[in-house]
Design a protein around this ligand. Structure first.
Ligand SMILES: Nc1nc2c(ncn2[C@@H]2O[C@H](COP(=O)(O)OP(=O)(O)O)[C@@H](O)[C@H]2O)c(=O)[nH]1
Ligand SMILES: [Mg+2]
Length: 199
């Protein structure tokens, strides 16, 4: 008899794999967050910022940044025996938007990273997920020197629906990033459940 992987008697069930997108403006901390939580060496495609990006990649506020993610960041994190998250960081620059639709396929939700010094940079990501009905949350990455805003101020400034979670994070800290991801999974599940009930 041919059992599926997880149905073999006595076999440990395979964990559910969930795909999550990590979006936000250029320099908001996407590569950092994926790198901080990933158990695998993150697969990233960074390119040293070169002439091709001069005048295109706006570096104000992120002057120390010397590389840019060309295709995507990819990482994996095991949350529990039965849940594994696969993370896909989206490229921040407009000139790489053509990969978005492919990346978004099958994702249950998205983290939109926001840098309060450059808040409008995350508008395109928010518009994109709102249009597609993809559940998302906004994680405010706490950079030193950035003025601290209250979460409700960020919610208002971004004109978010009240049910969209807004939370603070430090993209460099594994636990902080993990909390963001768990909050997103819960939010996505709640959203799906509510939609199913209203159908
Ligand atoms: N101080 C501080 N720096 C950060 C934080 N997150 C990212 N960075 C730095 O900000 C820069 C941009 O982050 P990166 O992850 O490359 O941004 P991306 O363009 O969204 O992938 C890098 O030099 C990071 O080291 C943070 O939470 N605090
Ligand atoms: Mg990046």
């Amino acid at each position: 008899m041919d059992y599926g992987h997880s149905e073999r008697p006595g076999a440990t069930p395979l964990p559910t794999a969930i795909k999550i997108l990590v979006a936000g403006g250029f320099g908001a901390g996407k590569t950092t967050l994926v790198g901080a939580v990933s158990e695998t060496r993150p697969l990233r495609t960074e390119e040293v910022l070169t002439e091709s990006g001069v005048g295109i990649d706006d570096l104000s506020g992120v002057e120390a940044k010397r590389t840019t993610t060309v295709a995507m960041d990819f990482g994996r994190i095991t949350i529990s025996d039965d849940l594994v998250l696969y993370l896909f960081g989206t490229p921040g620059q407009d000139r790489f938007w053509f990969v978005w639709d492919e990346l978004a396929l099958g994702a249950i939700g998205a983290v939109v990273l926001a840098d309060t010094r450059r808040l409008p940079d995350c508008f395109p990501s928010i518009d994109y997920f709102e249009e597609r009905g993809t559940p998302f949350l906004v994680a405010v990455n706490c950079f030193e020197g950035a003025r601290q805003y209250r979460l409700d101020e960020v919610q208002t400034a971004l004109n978010l629906d009240p049910e969209v979670p807004v939370l603070l994070c430090d993209a460099r800290q594994r636990e902080s990033a993990k909390e963001v991801l768990i909050t997103l999974v819960e939010h996505a599940m709640k959203t799906r459940y509510a939609r199913r009930r209203s159908q």
